[in-house]
Design a protein around this ligand. Structure first.
Ligand code: NAI
Length: 636
């Protein structure tokens, strides 16, 4: 066939089955740019002219099927017309794809997200390849927008509205097996048979599994019940003034059957919202963090963690979950047993497959003698926060380490420059600072001390990326970035309590601002003793707040002791009514955090304002819709 395409390849075999392979020029992953979609349209033109038995759509990239729309095009949507045109482009093209006379099949291997899944949903069949990287989802909501290319129309019809809304409102993804179980994929096959299975399914004439009766009702007469339920769920997590997109998704599905073009005012409002602009920016920042360590060819296979406490235990488990062989050392086996129990729970929850969980557990090896040290590519120290103890450990460790291995400390408050004095090669010590709880927090600070070996810092970043965390390079300074900016914010919150504002009101002020958790609840969660110690180190000599001192004296340490600012029961704080929030309270509480962030940028502790915004968002949960503290200050 005579189509001249830059991003697609069209092949037709002897039986008349066509295969369209997307291999976007100049990129490592496929995304649906205007150009890619124009070419797809002309490819369909060709197939209108030359009859085909069927069309298989697949990817020519190792990375996956299609990662979504081309996000760089979003920043060019400066008028309402351009926004609507973008929605229209995909909506019409995928309607056309759905309507073609010949059977179509999306062969999905690796990521299939956003517009990529919308394309696959418009095919008659979706065949998922069972591989660890295969995941399907509509994560548009995380960018503050909606799946306007047919996702809101077709996903509810395919998997039922409850599951579809859950996916569209949270951005969560399904692996190949779950996709099949839920009816999103027609089948799920191992990679070695995928081509054959695709051809068989394509020409099978097999009809799609019908939605169960109840799901059909929920997609029809019971729509408003489902929509109201979903609105209530969303309201628990996101306020409409901060995150309008999830509410728009529910409305568009309920009132317009997922056709956003039927509600152009919603399209205009969402696409031009500051939230969408900021979330797209945050996505870009996240990509930037992922880029750290890319240039290093360091690859870790074995990790040795010393200290099986709150942090070390969970760091070791996380590394094992991510496929590494991990030896975990502590003073005795008994000390390790709580960490191993937590690891077991983590593997069970995350892997949802007893065999895989077992394999992960086998990769996590208790090692009281430190036999893993000479084999480790990365050694992470997470013992008590005590200089002498860490010195003694480093002295014993260094002569036993592999030459190129990374030596890292997880210290929160000790200076790397003081810790490394006992090393023969002090320049090799780096900070790899995880946050608690390790499995939930996406950010890891990679700390560079004065005169550190740049290769060691690069290798540490590469390792952090390898375990799917976001590395943030910071210079060695008290509290690095995240704790340094949290300290003055928590102090301001407690000063407000000293002035007579109730903890509930302080928390409500910041929840209304858009923080995921109020600062007083946060202090209760990390522990009042820890907050006290951090305050001493980071509050530049300021007196501790009275409300904190009084409670610590009475040993009311927060969540862990059952009582802090709040009484805790079953892991939840028992809060009274917040009452009305005084005007300007949130701005007053957040100001010291923003001031400190600015100062850390000015002092060069963090590379630039963008990285600071990224670090504060991913390290503290700072309201993502604002685009970060410095972006927020610029915008007000
Ligand atoms: P932890 O007290 O829960 O655990 C420390 C563990 O190290 C204990 O199990 C102890 O038996 C073991 N240990 C002590 N000396 C040892 C030695 N010489 N050899 C082998 N094991 C030894 O402490 P946590 O909270 O896990 O903190 C560990 C490190 O992580 C500290 O440097 C801390 O500053 C840092 N950190 C803590 C965070 C937190 O939220 N708890 C957050 C980020 C960093």
């Amino acid at each position: 066939m005579n189509v001249n395409l830059q991003h697609w390849r069209l092949d037709v075999d002897a039986q008349g089955i066509a295969t369209a392979t997307l291999d976007k020029a100049g990129e490592s992953a496929n995304s649906l740019s205007a150009e890619v979609m124009r070419e797809f349209s002309s490819l369909l033109d060709q197939l209108d002219v030359y009859p085909t038995k069927g069309l298989i759509i697949r990817s020519g990239k190792e990375a996956g099927f299609i990662a979504g729309a081309d996000i760089s095009e979003f920043s060019q949507l400066d008028t309402a017309e351009k926004g609507r045109a973008l929605v229209e482009r995909g909506w019409k093209l995928f309607n056309r794809l759905e309507a073609v006379k010949y059977p179509t099949l999306a062969l999905v291997r690796g990521h299939c997200l956003g517009g990529g899944l919308e394309l696959a949903l418009a095919c008659r069949y979706l065949l998922a390849v069972d591989e660890s990287g295969t995941k399907m989802g509509l994560p548009e909501v995380m960018l503050g927008i909606f799946p306007g290319w047919g996702g809101m129309l077709r996903l509810p019809k395919r998997v039922g509205p409850a599951a579809a809304l859950d996916m569209m409102l949270t951005g969560k993804t399904l692996d190949a097996k779950r996709a099949k179980k839920m009816g999103l994929a027609d089948d799920c096959v191992p990679p070695r048979v995928m081509e054959m299975a695709a051809r068989q399914l394509l020409v099978s004439g097999q009809s799609r599994r019908p939605l169960p009766f109840m799901q059909k009702l929920m997609n029809g007469p019971l729509k408003s019940v489902v929509a109201n339920g979903a609105r209530k769920q969303v309201a628990k997590k996101a306020r409409p003034q901060h995150y309008p997109a999830p509410y728009a998704i529910i409305d568009l599905w309920q009132k317009h059957d997922g056709n956003a073009l039927a509600a152009p005012e919603v399209v205009d409002r969402i696409i031009s919202s500051p939230t969408a602009r900021n979330l797209v920016r945050v996505f870009g920042l996240q990509e930037r963090l992922k880029g750290f360590g890319k240039d290093s060819d360091f690859k870790a296979r074995r990790v040795h963690v010393i200290g099986a406490g709150v942090m070390g235990g969970d760091i070791a488990a996380w590394c094992a979950l991510r496929g590494m062989t991990v030896t975990l050392q502590d003073q005795t086996l008994e000390r390790m047993s709580p960490a191993l129990k937590r690891a077991h729970a983590l593997f069970t929850k995350k892997l949802r497959d007893p065999l895989k969980a077992r394999a992960a557990f086998d990769r996590l090896i208790p090692d009281p003698q430190g036999d893993g040290v000479p084999h480790a590519d990365v050694i992470i120290e997470a013992i008590f926060e005590n200089v002498e103890a860490k010195h003694a450990l480093f002295r014993a460790l260094e002569p036993r380490m592999k030459p190129g291995a990374v030596l890292a400390t997880n210290t929160s408050s000790l200076k790397l420059e003081d810790l490394r004095t006992v090393l023969h090669r002090p320049e090799r010590l780096v900070g790899i600072h995880f946050f608690n709880p390790v499995s939930m927090m996406p950010l890891v600070e990679v700390v560079e001390a004065e005169g550190a070996d740049p290769a060691a810092v690069q290798a540490a970043c590469a390792f952090v990326k390898q375990i799917d965390k976001l590395p943030l390079p910071v210079k060695s300074a008290p509290g690095f970035l995240v704790n340094a900016v949290l300290a003055p914010y928590m102090l301001a919150a407690m000063r407000a309590v000293d002035e007579g504002v109730s903890p509930e009101t302080v928390d409500e002020a910041m929840l209304a601002f858009g923080m995921p958790m109020g600062p007083i609840e946060l202090i209760d969660t990390v522990g009042l003793d820890i907050a006290m110690a951090a305050g001493k180190q980071l509050a530049s000599g300021a007196d501790a707040p009275k409300c904190l001192l009084q409670r610590v004296e009475k040993n009311l340490l927060g969540k862990k002791s059952g009582q802090g600012f709040y009484a805790w029961s079953e892991g939840k704080p028992q809060k009274g009514s917040a009452g009305s929030v005084p005007a300007g309270l949130a701005e007053r509480l957040v100001k010291p955090l923003i001031d400190r962030t600015e100062r850390l940028v000015a002092e060069g502790i963090i590379g630039d304002a963008e990285l600071a915004d990224a670090g504060v968002i991913f390290g503290t949960g700072f309201a993502p819709f604002t685009g970060g503290p410095l972006n927020y200050r610029k915008s007000v």
